[in-house]
Design a protein around this ligand. Structure first.
Ligand SMILES: *[C@@H]1O[C@H](CO)[C@@H](O)[C@H](O)[C@H]1NC(C)=O
Length: 341
């Protein structure tokens, strides 16, 4: 009995030691699987090269009640609703990864999968923005949907369509989708130039759409409520548009019309930290003094999430930091595609 207990204790200790040694984590596999997760979340008509064998076509009539084709895009999480706001944020951050870690994703053999994952989102956003003055922001009825956990292939719940327009604006969603399209246009610039131009044009029109008629759209609340307002999304969109175009119009908006804020989290609702890191890059390349404040704020954000910080109490593996349930995992990929501590 005692030996068994000791053996169990030793095994647990050994496992703990084994697991604390970062080299034994297969982060390449984690990267592959996080892209597979997105593939499993696909809505619509799946292509022949779909890698998730247990998934099939679903929601092929999405948009029908509004006489539009809204087939495609991603389901949100464990449910079958397509929410515009978090979906767009997912695409923006994925595009950012593709830009910032281009070499590493290629070395890991995942760039093709990243491109497909982005297109699955941006193709859908192009459909959502096809009608002038309208942007479709949600498909599905969360209340009915959440009553029972059903695979999307079999669901019978209403596929209610929600839109934003001049009278019912949704600046957060318009601007976040603008950011997603602008960031993706950079990814596709040399891969598919005509597609990249379409994305960039849509990014511009969505930015002006969100800016012209300002307001918070309540339709995704209480599931995705905008707590931080829309000023961060407008600045986020302008920052991606400026990154993509170097057009002074967007610099003017960033430096004269918008305000930055010091924050300690980056998530689907709160974009300031992302903006600050993104604009720090431009500041460091251009020495544009007007952007210096963003570098200062970015430094302050990074200090607040560094593991050495006394405020840093979040769980972590050697390479991944779990900031909060509503936030993302953070990790650093090294030059050979490996994830570093
Ligand atoms: C604008 O959107 C709201 C709902 O978000 C809808 O009730 C209204 O009919 C729309 N207006 C137009 C002109 O389509």
């Amino acid at each position: 009995m005692w030996t068994k207990t000791l053996f169990a204790a030793l095994l647990i200790t050994w496992l703990a030691v084994f697991q604390c040694n970062g080299h034994n984590f297969n982060y390449k596999e984690a990267l592959t699987k996080s892209l597979m997760f997105l593939e499993a979340q696909r809505s619509g008509k799946l292509p022949a090269n779909n890698r998730i064998h247990w998934r099939g076509d679903s929601a092929l009539d999405d948009g029908k009640e509004a006489n539009v084709d809204l087939v495609g895009g991603y389901y949100d999480a464990g449910d079958n609703v397509k929410y515009g706001m978090p979906m767009a944020f997912t695409i923006t951050t994925l595009a950012w990864s593709a830009i910032a870690y281009e070499k590493e994703l290629k070395a890991a053999g995942e760039m093709g999968n990243v491109h497909s994952a982005l297109r699955w989102g941006t193709d859908y956003f192009l459909k959502c923005g096809k009608k002038r003055g309208i942007f479709y922001v949600q498909v599905g009825d969360p209340v009915e949907d959440h009553k029972c956990w059903v695979r999307p292939e079999n669901m019978k719940t209403p596929r209610t369509v929600l839109q934003i327009n001049e009278t019912e604006p949704g600046t957060e969603i318009a601007a976040e989708t603008s950011a997603a399209m602008a960031a993706s246009s950079i990814v596709f610039r040399y891969v598919d130039p005509p597609y990249a131009r379409r994305l960039l044009n849509k990014a511009k029109s969505l930015f002006y759409f969100g800016k012209r008629s300002k307001g918070t759209f309540d339709g995704e609340c209480p599931f995705y409520c905008s707590f931080s307002g829309y000023n961060d999304e407008l600045l986020w969109a302008a920052s991606w548009l400026y990154t993509a175009t170097h057009d002074q119009k967007f610099r003017k908006f960033i430096t004269e019309e918008a305000v930055s804020a010091v924050v300690d989290e980056f998530n689907w609702d709160l974009k300031y930290a992302g903006i600050q890191v993104l604009l720090s890059d431009i500041f460091l390349q251009s020495n544009d003094e007007a952007l210096k404040v963003f570098k200062e704020h970015a430094d302050s954000y990074i200090c607040s999430v560094l593991p050495q910080s006394p405020y840093f109490k979040v769980p972590k593996t050697p390479g991944l930091y779990f900031i909060s349930p509503s936030s993302c995992l953070l990790f650093k990929i090294g030059p050979a595609g490996q994830i570093e501590n």
